[in-house]
Ligand binder design. Structure first.
Ligand code: FAD
Ligand code: DHB
Length: 393
C-alpha cells in the first residue's frame, strides 16, 4: 500500500492534517494505535482558542461545536479571597470555545470516514524506515499482522510517547526540557457548572481550576504532588479540597455530583528543534509539551498542522519546497511564545514548594497586576484567546 502522506496518530493534529489535506485532494492514511472508542472517549483538553474554533469551522467540522460548545467571553482569576474577571472579549474582541478535545476528535473522525478517508484504528506503528530517501516506509501492526505503508512524507502526530521523534537520529534534534515539582489531579463530575466562566484560582494551599464540558458536566483540577495517587482520595476528600481552594467566601459555590473520572496528569515543558527530519514532520505533542495552565496543548497541535498542510499542498501541486523548508522555523516561533505564556501562567498560579517569603509576595503582586492593570490584563487576554496564526513564509 502506498499513500502521499502517512499520518501517525489520530489526535487533533493527525486528524486535522488529514482533513485539511483531503480538502486539497491529497491522499493520507492515518494510523492510530488505540481503538476508535478509546480516542473518542479519552478526556483531555477543553478550551479552543478563537482561531482554532474558526479553523475547525473552515475545515467543515464546526457544526456540532457551534451547537454544543460553550462560547465564553471571559475568565476569572481568583486570589487573595476575591474574584477578578478578565474580559477576554472586551480586551481582544475575541471569545474562546469550551468544547472537549474528545468531541473535536469525534467530529474529525466522523467527517473523514463520511468522506471515505482512511483511518486505521488499533494499528500500532513499530518503525519508520528510509527517511533519507524519497520513499519512506512506515511499519505497523494491525490485527496481529505486520504491514507496511510507503509514502512521500510522514507526519509524526503521535504525541509525546510516540515513535516518530525517537526514530530521528538523536544528534539531529535538540531537546529543551523543564520539569515542575507539582502535577494536576483532574476530576470529571456529573454536576451542573455554577459559573459561565472558567475559574483559575490561586489558593494558599495551591492552584485549582474550575472548568466544564457541558451544561451537566464539570471538569475540575487541583495542584497536587507529582507522585500523588488519585485512588487515595475519597470523593468526600476531593470535594472538600475543591471547595476550599475555589470558594473565596464571596458566596459563589460549586456543585457536587457523582465523580466520573479522576486522574493525575504530570506537568512538563518540552520542545524539540527542529520539528523536521528529512521527510518526517513532527506536529503537536510529538514536538512540544506545554504545562496545561494556559489551555494551549490542543491549540498548538492544531496550529502546527495549519502550517504543515499548506506547505505539503505547495509541494504536491507545484513542487515548491519552501513551505516545508520553513515549517519548523514558522511553528517554533509560536511554540516558544506559547511556552512562555504557559510557564508564566503556571508560575503565577501554583504554590511553589521551594518559594521563600519574598517570592510569594512577588507572585501575589504578579496576580494583582494582571487583575488591576488593563495593559497586563490585555496581555493575558491576547495570549489566552490565541495569537494570530503566522503567515506562511
Ligand atoms: P495526541 O492527542 O496525544 O494524539 C497522538 C495519538 O497518537 C494518540 O491517539 C496515540 O494513541 C497515537 N499514537 C502514539 N504512538 C503511536 C504509535 N506508535 N502508532 C500509532 N499511533 C500512535 N491540554 C490542555 O490544554 N488542557 C488539558 O486539560 C489537558 N489535559 C491533558 C491530559 C492528559 C492525560 C494528556 C496526556 C494531555 C493533556 N493535554 C491537555 C494536552 C493535550 O491534550 C495535547 O496537547 C493534545 O492531545 C495534543 O494533540 P496531538 O494530536 O499532538 O497528540
Ligand atoms: C481545561 C484545561 C486547562 O488546562 C485549562 O487551562 C482550562 C480548561 C479543561 O480541561 O477544561
Amino acid at each position: 500500500k502506498r499513500t502521499q502522506v502517512a499520518i501517525i496518530g489520530a489526535g487533533p493534529a493527525g486528524l486535522m492534517l488529514s482533513q485539511l489535506l483531503a480538502a486539497r485532494g491529497i491522499d493520507t492514511v492515518v494510523l492510530e494505535r488505540h481503538s476508535r472508542d478509546y480516542v473518542e472517549s479519552r478526556i483531555r483538553a477543553g478550551v479552543l482558542e478563537h482561531q482554532s474554533a474558526a479553523a475547525l469551522r473552515a475545515a467543515g467540522v464546526g457544526a456540532r461545536m457551534d451547537a454544543q460548545g460553550m462560547a465564553h467571553s471571559s475568565i476569572d482569576l481568583a486570589f487573595a479571597g476575591a474574584h477578578h474577571r478578565i474580559d477576554l472579549e472586551g480586551l481582544t474582541g475575541k471569545k474562546i470555545m469550551v468544547y472537549g478535545q474528545h468531541e473535536v476528535v469525534k467530529d474529525l473522525i466522523a467527517q473523514r470516514l463520511a468522506d471515505g478517508g482512511d483511518i486505521r484504528f488499533e494499528a500500532e506503528v513499530n518503525a519508520i524506515e528510509g527517511l533519507d530517501g524519497d520513499q519512506p516506509k512506515v511499519r505497523y501492526t494491525h490485527n496481529g499482522q505486520p504491514h507496511e505503508l510507503v509514502c512521500d512524507f510522514i507526519a509524526g502526530c503521535d504525541g509525546y510517547h510516540g515513535v516518530s521523534r525517537t526514530s530521528v537520529p538523536s544528534n539531529a534534534l535538540k531537546v529543551y526540557e523543564h520539569r515542575y515539582p507539582y502535577a494536576w489531579l483532574g476530576v470529571l463530575a456529573e454536576a451542573a457548572p455554577t459559573s459561565d466562566e472558567l475559574v483559575y484560582a490561586r489558593h494558599e494551599t495551591g492552584f485549582a481550576l474550575y472548568s466544564m464540558r457541558s451544561p451537566s458536566v464539570t471538569r475540575l483540577y487541583f495542584q497536587c504532588r507529582p507522585d500523588e495517587d488519585p485512588e487515595a482520595w475519597s470523593d468526600a476528600a476531593l470535594w472538600a479540597e475543591l471547595h476550599r481552594r475555589l470558594e473565596t467566601g464571596d458566596g459563589w459555590t460549586i456543585n457536587e455530583g457523582p465523580i466520573l473520572q479522576k486522574n493525575v496528569a504530570p506537568m512538563r515543558s518540552f520542545v524539540v528543534e527542529p520539528m523536521r527530519y528529512q521527510r518526517l514532520f513532527l506536529a503537536g505533542d510529538a514536538a512540544h509539551i506545554v504545562p496545561p495552565t494556559g489551555a494551549k496543548g490542543m491549540n498548538l497541535a492544531l496550529a502546527d498542522v495549519q502550517v504543515l498542510a499548506p506547505a505539503l499542498v505547495r509541494w504536491f501541486e507545484a513542487g515548491d519546497p519552501r513551505g516545508l523548508d520553513s515549517y519548523s522555523e514558522v511553528c517554533l516561533k509560536r511554540v516558544w511564545r506559547v511556552q512562555r505564556f504557559s510557564v508564566w501562567m503556571t508560575r503565577m498560579l501554583h504554590a511553589q514548594p521551594d518559594a521563600d517569603a519574598f517570592e510569594e509576595r512577588l507572585q501575589q503582586a504578579e496576580l494583582a497586576s494582571a487583575a488591576a492593570c488593563e495593559s497586563a490584563a490585555r496581555h493575558l487576554a491576547e495570549n489566552y484567546v490565541g495569537l494570530p496564526l503566522e503567515a506562511p513564509a
